[in-house]
Design a protein around this ligand. Structure first.
Ligand SMILES: Cc1cc2nc3c(=O)[nH]c(=O)nc-3n(C[C@H](O)[C@H](O)[C@H](O)COP(=O)(O)O)c2cc1C
Ligand code: SF4
Ligand code: SF4
Length: 285
């Protein structure tokens, strides 16, 4: 029997919400079981066999190998117009095995640039059948509370449901084609820019912690996709910070925030330019 998989990297849970809504719609329409494959944290990627050496014979890991019986909704957020670059090496290890693959990118109301094309190409190279459909959805920007505020909302989720139903019709009709997805090859290298188009370097920015609010619950340690927050002292970020804002938006005590000047300047520009626009989902068949 076929299985529908909701596969995603999702730090602030907008991508996961959309991918699960699409997968649920397919699962309900075709009466198929649905499985969630969350690869956001290092421990989840280890369980999926995407970290370290893959040793399928030992059964110690369960590599993400799909096959022709699978329908995989594969979602990632857009980071500077592309797939998150530090996550891409893990995504490249996922084996499509002829499964129907539906690429979905979720972006923060600015633009998805080359990310959907890049994801579709990565999935094709991994052995997915990507000729059915693809989509780009806009959501609340993880840096901000006003850019795409509250999205995905009911309208977006209705669109995700409809997208799932149309995917079922397309599969039933046996239709396949090379989807025309916007973007450039070679993929462009983007950068955060100021009002004059001058690049900002925000790579060094890391969140700060208000120790009067922090309860030491350890949630941020568990949810950081880079495993960078110190387990003994959650105020310390020891490793790489990808600015995903999981720790900021999901800390139950509201104890974390970014104070980096360049980061805040970049955020101000984004909010001035994109806060009052509603970008609608784009579906490709
Ligand atoms: C480093 C970084 C770069 C981003 N670049 C873009 C971008 O180029 N365009 C955009 O619209 N949103 C951008 N975003 C916002 C995310 O794509 C958006 O918040 C998305 O909903 C996050 O998905 P998640 O909730 O599943 O983590 C960026 C976010 C981060 C952390
Ligand atoms: S999630 Fe918030 S309250 Fe919990 S340890 Fe981290 S900073 Fe402290
Ligand atoms: S420390 Fe950086 S990478 Fe880790 S959860 Fe916070 S924003 Fe994301």
């Amino acid at each position: 029997m076929k299985t529908v998989h909701a596969l995603y990297f999702s730090a602030t849970q907008t991508t996961s919400t959309i991918v699960k809504a699409i997968a649920e719609s397919i699962s309900n329409t075709l009466s198929l079981p649905m499985v969630i494959e969350d690869i956001t944290t290092p421990s989840q990627r280890t369980a999926a066999g995407l970290l370290g050496e893959q040793q399928p014979d030992t059964c110690a890991v369960k590599p993400l190998n799909f096959n022709e019986n699978d329908i995989v909704i594969f979602g990632v957020p857009v980071y500077i117009g592309r797939i998150p670059n530090l996550i891409k090496p893990f995504l490249c290890r996922i084996v499509g095995g002829g499964a129907i693959g539906i690429p979905v990118v979720v972006y923060g109301n600015r633009n998805y640039d080359d990310a959907l094309l890049e994801l579709r190409d990565l999935m094709k190279a991994g052995g997915f059948d990507c000729g059915v459909a693809a989509a780009a959805f806009s959501a609340e920007h993880c840096f901000s509370k006003v850019l795409g505020a509250g999205r995905p909302d009911a309208q977006d989720l209705a669109m995700a449901k409809e997208f799932g139903e149309r995917i079922c019709e397309t599969i039933a009709g046996g239709k396949r084609k090379e989807l025309e997805i916007p973007g450039n090859v070679p993929y462009r290298f983007f950068s955060a820019v100021d009002d004059n188009g001058k690049p900002f370097d925000i790579r060094k920015a890391k969140p700060v912690t208000d120790s009067s609010k922090c309860t030491g619950c350890g949630e941020c340690v568990r949810m950081c996709p880079m495993g960078s927050i110190d387990a003994n002292n959650p105020a310390l970020v020891n490793g790489i910070c990808i600015k995903c804002n999981a720790c900021v938006k999901r800390c139950p005590a509201g104890a974390k925030r970014f104070e980096d000047e360049r980061y805040l300047e970049h955020l101000g520009i984004l909010e001035r330019n994109y806060a009052n626009i509603r970008k609608e989902p784009e579906l490709f068949f």
